[in-house]
Design a protein around this ligand. Structure first.
Ligand code: COS
Length: 386
């Protein structure tokens, strides 16, 4: 029935569609032309950062009261998705800026937000999230990095690894143990700045994909930060870290959807052009069925990502199941769709002359970071069985 608002439930509003058109146009013009070189040279996509910042797309999630765009969670996913459609590495700029500040936004003091968030909104700084350690990956609560109160300050010692955009970010949300005997409830979250004494970047990973986004190891050697840089109450840091992931796993789903869409678009164009046995290969039913399956799975993944983002935006509780499900499903779909795209290109797909092999390599990390898809299944099943 026309005009019944219920029928708009599964439709994005005009504002979201306009946003998509704007970020798609920017991505195609300013980001796509550099994506191949960024990957081949394993260099940071500075052109993407400049273009995103000039248009206010670098950290769209920052609330208006801190000088940001105040984009809702679905809008933020659309921005990440559209950038990922042309360059996975560049999509980590808006994604990791959200990851690196979500704990602060959820549980930090107004004063601390005022110190950090306007810098992101203005494009003066980026932020990263530092939870993992060499020996504490999936079992994040077994971290060893320590923080001790010393007068009005906190002193951090230890190291963090797998830090996306590490070395490029000025701010880091760092989880550290403040009361070792309390395990998860003895962990606190802090905002650490790259210029804080005792902070350093000690190395970078050499990776299969997302080669334009540095993945760094960080060291804290008697790293001193002011007392007011703790996020929320001491001891609440692990909950802040997991709550953050409830809000950001949908953004990894969005990145996965974007990568899959980029690969599907490329595969459609290629299979229409490519001729074998005297006709376009898109006329073969075997190819048509592959394209149909790719698009069908992608459609389901996108809907799940937007649903999870919308539920986070509405402030619903118990987001664990849906945010893990969206991230897990979308990233598995992205791996399948990008691999099928390489297959549809045949030998050409295996070369760097076409973007699909890069998209396949970039898709792989979406099944691993922000929690492996095995951890997502743990989170989902715990929610079902509790
Ligand atoms: N939001 C807030 N609090 C949460 C929560 C959530 N989504 N999920 C769990 N908690 C709380 C629990 O209630 C518990 O608190 P209480 O002891 O007061 O009840 C505390 O946090 C610890 O939870 P739990 O016992 O479930 O922790 P585990 O050590 O079993 O770890 C997993 C849970 C495995 C889910 C967690 O370690 C995880 O997500 N690991 C993957 C980490 C990850 O994603 N790494 C990638 C980093 S970003 S690249």
């Amino acid at each position: 029935m026309a005009g019944n608002p219920d029928f708009d439930l599964f439709k994005l509003g005009d504002e979201h569609e306009e946003l998509r058109a704007a970020i798609r146009s920017l991505s195609e013009k300013e980001i796509a032309p550099h994506a191949k070189a960024v990957d081949e040279e394993s260099r940071f996509p500075q052109e993407a950062l400049d273009a995103l910042t000039a248009s206010g797309f670098n950290a769209v999630h920052v609330p208006e009261e801190y000088g940001g765009q105040g984009a809702d969670s679905v809008a933020t996913c659309i921005v990440i998705e559209e950038v990922a459609r042309v360059c996975g590495s560049s999509s980590l700029i808006p994604a990791v800026n959200k990851l690196g500040t979500m704990g602060l936004i959820l549980n930090g003091s107004d004063e601390l937000k005022k110190q950090v968030l306007p810098q992101l909104a203005l494009g003066e700084a980026m932020a990263s999230y530092a939870l993992s350690e060499r020996e504490a990956g999936s079992d994040a609560a077994s971290m060893r990095t320590r923080a001790k109160a010393d007068g009005d300050e906190w002193v951090l010692n230890g190291s963090k690894c797998w830090i996306t955009n590490g070395g490029k970010s000025a701010w880091y949300t760092v989880m550290a143990v403040t009361e070792p005997d309390k395990r998860a409830n003895g962990i606190s979250a802090f905002m650490v700045h790259k210029d804080d004494p005792g902070f350093s970047v000690t190395g970078y990973e050499h990776k299969l994909g997302i080669k334009g986004s540095p993945t760094a190891e960080l060291a804290f050697e008697d790293c001193r930060i002011p007392g007011d840089r703790v996020i929320g109450d001491p001891g609440s840091g692990f909950k802040t870290a997991l709550e953050t992931l409830d809000h950001t796993r949908p953004t990894i789903g969005a990145q996965a959807v974007g990568l899959a869409q980029g690969a599907l678009d490329a595969a459609i164009d290629y299979t229409k052009d490519r001729k074998q046995f005297g006709k376009s290969i898109s006329e073969f039913q075997g190819v048509q069925f592959m394209l149909a399956d790719m698009a069908m799975k992608l459609e389901a993944a996108r809907l799940m990502v937007y649903t999870s983002a919308a539920r986070a935006e509405r402030g619903e509780k118990n987001l664990g199941f849906i945010s893990s499900a969206a991230k897990c499903f979308a990233s598995d779909v992205a791996m399948e769709v990008t691999t099928d795209a390489v297959q549809l290109f045949g030998g050409a797909g295996y070369t760097t002359d076409f973007p699909v092999e890069r998209m396949m390599r970039d898709a792989k990390i979406t099944q691993i970071y922000e929690g492996t898809n095995q951890v997502q299944r743990m989170v989902m099943s715990r929610a079902l069985l509790k």
